[in-house]
Ligand binder design. Structure first.
Ligand code: HEC
Length: 145
């Protein structure tokens, strides 16, 4: 009795496996572009263009030219360290040196914009030293280089 039931289960399981296998294959054969299971035709079947196969050229030589990596030195003076640490958080201090000499009022606006608009975390005491530094070295009257 127990033996018969076991045999029955085995036969049913085998039949199920066969049936599901043939169904899966049957469905797969209908998939567009399928040549045989797992292999698709590389051509355009009117559905979507496939990217051209990559043709790696082992002998190719790629080169890029030099690019500027220097950061112009900030003018010496009181506040320089603060400028370097606070104003260099988000961008290079080249942002300061690449400006034309700016009037004092414009530096005030710039520093306030960095703090107010862009959220530079600069304590007011340091911001004051930074404003003074920028005015002392980067206005039309004071800028030396
Ligand atoms: C919280 C990040 C942050 C900090 C800190 C910061 N900046 Fe900026 N800064 C910016 C962003 C963002 C821009 C705009 C970048 C862009 O347009 O490419 C910018 C642009 C500038 C410019 C170019 C002119 C302009 O207004 O767009 C200058 C000059 C400048 N910053 C100076 C400073 C100075 C001086 C300090 C220190 C007091 C400072 N930044 C600190 C984020 C910051």
């Amino acid at each position: 009795m127990t033996g018969n039931r076991c045999l029955g289960i085995v036969i049913l399981a085998a039949a199920g496996a066969l049936a599901s296998g043939s169904t899966a294959l049957g469905q797969a054969m209908k998939a567009p572009g399928l040549v045989q299971e797992g292999n698709y035709d590389p051509g355009n079947l009117g559905m979507q263009m496939q990217p051209a196969p990559q043709n790696a050229d082992a002998g190719a030589v790629y080169a890029v030219g030099p690019w500027p990596t220097y950061m112009p030195r900030l003018a010496d003076g009181e506040g320089r360290d603060l400028v370097q640490s606070f104003c260099g958080i988000c961008h290079s201090t080249t942002y300061i040196t690449m400006q034309p000499p700016l009037p004092s009022a414009t530096w005030d606006v710039e520093v306030n914009k960095m703090i107010g608009t862009f959220g530079a975390p600069i304590p007011e005491a340091s911001a004051q030293v930074i404003r003074t530094y920028l005015k002392r070295h980067y206005t039309p009257e004071t800028r030396k280089e």
